[in-house]
Structures are given as structure tokens and as C-alpha cells.
Ligand binder design. Structure first.
Ligand code: GDP
Ligand code: ZN
Length: 455
């Protein structure tokens, strides 16, 4: 997990403190501190600094008044071997609101101690080279994870698996760049340039294929955002009833009047540990009013972008044809023949990958439907432990790197060494933005270490 970090580090002068445990009533609240005055602040409240990295019981008092505040477990983590790289401490106090407020107030009364801003501990950890940007993002996702699979993926990112993969890509670029630049340096001497460049090409081609494959793999995003499952169909087919039955709670309005579902309603589902978003769309039909027309337009957009469309169809109505839906590549359309309590479902429907008969009213067939949904989502998001790109920020940076690399390879014969090297440098910079390690120092390292130029 060691990362080539930001070259110039600026040590924070402020000491920050904040409650790090969850909000709300709890038996214990954890107050974290980080910065140069942590030692003094702890000494002021606890009377002494406990031995490093060991929990010690201490009586906390307000240094201004001498008033006792709480008895707490105090942990002292001297920098730089701490989570932020700075001096840190943790005060585990009783979780009552008044206790926490009093301890924080006593801390903020200490010189140079102020409340931490959002994400400031993580930002300091990044600035001090304790974690990469991709790891910080994994940590944020870990805290926000709702399903088991999201937790696993976030953990892999927080453990630096994506950062390691991106650093390996960047290393391959830097090696290619060093070979091309060797050509520049020796241009006037002999036949080194052409040979060095020829050596670089296969590795760079393999790298471009890897970047393109990573960009095409949307599983990571699918895990983070959840699969989008749109419920669509004609008015009164039973879309809202199905949504309610699946979500097992009243989220959509069910009514006998066509056109009630004017807006797009969403619920998050946890399908066997996989996140999915269920979207109830307005019935597709001729709009009779402006509000309804807008609802239909929005519904249409969500249906067209869904990973799976459940076309709800009234089993009593024979010969229904699923309309053309411009779903993204890999998306599927299933027919859900609803109201199976009233009529038998059709066995084939043109345009549908599969047909499932259900009754939103009696619950018949819903178990099979949720099982099929879970299998669909699991297949799409599978293997999420592998370090995939999950955020647009990461995807954008890797996409930019791939573009520069593609330009370098496309112009391999026509471009000068300098221009090829420049494209490779831009590609490496773009990759560096994924982990936050953008510097040219390791380029110099590679040139000197691997090539022993010795000029
Ligand atoms: P939507 O317009 O597609 O959202 O349809 P709704 O969910 O509002 O349902 C329309 C009507 O069909 C309501 O009166 C529901 O009670 C009824 N309905 C929905 N599902 C079933 C079902 O499985 N069986 C029967 N018999 N009626 C249903
Ligand atoms: Zn509805």
C-alpha cells in the first residue's frame, strides 16, 4: 500500500478534533484529534500523555475550570506512523450528548485546536502520503455501503487494490516513456533510438488493451449505483401494485384510475446482497395533460437507460406486443404477466427475453421474480472484488490516459520522439490523477535506475 506520493508535503499547522463515531445516542463516542498540538491538548485534559498506541483510562477535566468532564479511554498515536501521518489521539468518552459537547468545548479551548471539516482527517492522510485518492474514495464508499457487495468492493478500494492496479499501469507507461526518451538523449550518437522505441511498443499496446478493457467494464459502477430496474407498461397493468409488492412497503400510489403514477418513483432493493433501484414509471399512453406529458417524458428516459425493463402486462389482455425500447447494450426486457389470479399468462411475447407470470394482488410468482432479479443483478455485477473503476472521476482520468496512449501509438511512425514522449507523459499524468500521485520524480528514477545512462 505504499504509494509514490505528492512531492512537496505541507504539514498542517492546525490541530483538528471531531466526533468520529456515528451520530445519535450510543454508549461510547469516539473523539479523534490530529495535528501538531494533539499532545498538549491531551495533556491539558487528561493530565498526562499515555504510552503510545495503548488504551489508558484517564479522568478528563476542563483545564480552564478544573471541572471533571468524564472518565475516558485515551489512545495516543504519535506521527508519522498514524492514520493521518500527524500526531493523533482518540478519546473514547461516554456517548451522552452533554458529555461529548463538554469534552469538545474543552478541546476547542486549547490553543490551535479547532473543529475538523468534512473529510479533513482523510485529506490529511492523503496529503501526508498515508493513502491514495482511490483509497480515500474506497473509504468513503465503505462508510456509505448498504449491501454486502458494495462493502466488499469498497473494502478492496480502501485496501488500495485499485490504486495498486493504476500504479502498475503508470509504471508501464513510465517504462515506455523512458525507452522513448533514451532515444532522444542518444539521438546524435548511434542506432539506440530506433531500437529503444521498438522495445517500448509491445508493452504499450498491451497496456492500451488493458485500459480499454477496464473502461468497458461497468460492473464496478453497477455495484456502487445499483442496477436500474424500470417497471413499465400500459396504464392499469399493475405497475404500482408490483412495485409495492416487491418493495414490501407502500411507496407508490395504487389507484383504479389510469394515469395516477405521474412521476417516477424509486425504491432501493437489496437483492441477496446486491443493490438495485426499482423505478416505477408513469404508464406509457397518450398524455392528456402537460403534467402527465412531462411524467411520461421522464419515464421514457429512465426506461431507455435501465439495465432491466420489467414490461408489466395485464395477463387478461391477449396479444400484447412490447414496444421498441432503446435499452443500453447488455440490458434486457422481461415481460411480467400480472393478474395471473384473473387469467392465464401468455407463453410467448415478441421482444421479451423471458416471461414471468405473477399476481401482485395474491403474491403468486413474486418469489420466482425476485429470485430471477437477484440472479440477473448478481451476474451483471459479479466479481466486484476485482479492482474495477467505479467512479466517473476515475473513469474520466483513465479514459484520458487511454486517449493519449492511443495517439502516441497511432503516430508511432510519423511523430518525433519528443511528441511520442509527450503523449505518454500526458497519459501518465492522467493516470496519476486516479491515485493523486502526479509527479515526474519517478520518471527520473526509472530513467536513471533502469538505463544507467550515467551522463
Ligand atoms: P399501474 O397503472 O400499472 O400502476 O396499475 P396499478 O398498480 O395502479 O393497478 C391498476 C389496477 O389493477 C388496480 O385496481 C389494482 O388493484 C389492480 N391490480 C394490480 N395487480 C393486480 C393483480 O395481480 N390482480 C388483480 N386482480 N388486480 C390487480
Ligand atoms: Zn401506477
Amino acid at each position: 500500500m505504499a504509494h509514490a506520493g505528492v512531492a512537496a508535503r505541507t504539514l498542517a499547522t492546525d490541530t483538528i478534533a471531531a466526533v468520529s463515531s456515528g451520530t445519535g445516542a450510543a454508549a461510547v463516542a469516539v473523539i479523534r484529534l490530529s495535528g501538531p498540538r494533539v499532545g498538549e491538548a491531551v495533556r491539558a485534559l487528561a493530565g498526562r500523555l499515555p504510552p503510545p498506541r495503548r488504551a489508558s483510562l484517564a479522568r478528563l477535566a476542563d483545564s480552564r475550570t478544573g471541572e471533571g468532564l468524564d472518565s475516558a479511554l485515551v489512545l495516543w498515536f504519535p506521527g508519522p506512523a498514524s492514520a493521518t501521518g500527524e500526531d493523533m489521539a482518540e478519546l473514547q468518552v461516554h456517548g451522552g450528548r452533554a458529555v461529548v459537547a463538554a469534552v469538545l468545548a474543552a478541546l476547542f479551548a486549547q490553543p490551535g485546536v479547532r473543529p475538523a471539516e468534512r473529510g479533513e482527517f482523510s485529506r490529511r492522510a492523503f496529503l501526508n502520503g498515508r493513502m491514495s485518492l482511490a483509497e480515500a474514495e474506497g473509504l468513503a464508499d465503505l462508510i456509505a455501503a448498504e449491501t454486502a457487495q458494495q462493502r466488499r468492493q469498497a473494502l478492496a478500494h480502501a485496501f488500495g487494490h485499485l490504486a495498486d492496479r493504476v500504479e502498475a499501469w503508470r509504471g508501464a507507461l513510465v517504462r515506455g516513456m523512458a525507452l522513448v526518451e533514451a532515444g532522444i538523449d542518444f539521438a546524435e550518437e548511434d542506432d539506440v533510438p530506433a531500437q529503444a522505441r521498438a522495445l517500448a511498443r509491445p508493452g504499450l499496446e498491451a497496456l492500451l488493451a488493458e485500459l480499454d478493457a477496464a473502461l468497458a467494464d461497468r460492473r464496478g459502477a453497477m455495484v456502487r449505483e445499483g442496477a436500474a430496474i424500470a417497471i413499465a407498461g400500459r396504464p392499469n397493468a399493475g405497475k404500482s401494485s408490483l412495485m409495492n409488492a416487491l418493495a414490501a412497503r407502500d411507496v407508490a400510489i395504487v389507484s383504479d384510475e389510469p394515469g395516477t403514477t405521474r412521476d417516477v418513483l424509486e425504491v432501493a432493493l437489496d437483492l441477496d446482497g446486491h443493490k438495485a433501484t426499482l423505478i416505477d414509471t408513469a404508464g406509457l399512453r397518450e398524455a392528456s395533460g402537460a403534467v402527465e406529458a412531462e411524467g411520461i417524458r421522464r419515464a421514457r428516459a429512465r426506461i431507455d437507460a435501465a439495465d432491466l425493463v420489467l414490461w408489466v402486462h395485464d395477463a387478461g389482455i391477449a396479444g400484447e406486443i412490447v414496444p421498441d425500447i432503446a435499452t443500453p447494450p447488455g440490458a434486457e426486457i422481461w415481460v411480467v404477466a400480472n393478474k395471473s389470479d384473473l387469467a392465464a399468462a401468455p407463453t410467448t411475447t415478441p421482444g421479451a427475453a423471458r416471461i414471468l407470470a405473477v399476481s401482485a394482488r395474491t403474491g403468486a410468482g413474486l418469489g420466482a421474480l425476485t429470485g430471477a432479479l437477484a440472479a440477473f443483478v448478481a451476474a451483471r455485477a459479479g466479481g466486484a472484488e476485482h479492482p474495477a473503476l467505479i467512479r466517473e472521476r476515475q473513469r474520466g482520468a483513465v479514459g484520458e490516459a487511454a486517449d493519449h496512449l492511443r495517439r502516441a501509438l497511432a503516430g508511432w511512425e510519423a511523430l518525433s520522439d519528443e511528441l511520442v514522449a509527450e503523449e505518454l507523459r500526458l497519459a501518465a499524468r492522467a493516470l496519476g490523477r486516479v491515485t493523486g500521485a502526479i509527479d515526474v520524480e519517478d520518471l527520473l528514477d526509472v530513467v536513471f535506475r533502469e538505463f544507467c545512462i550515467g551522463k
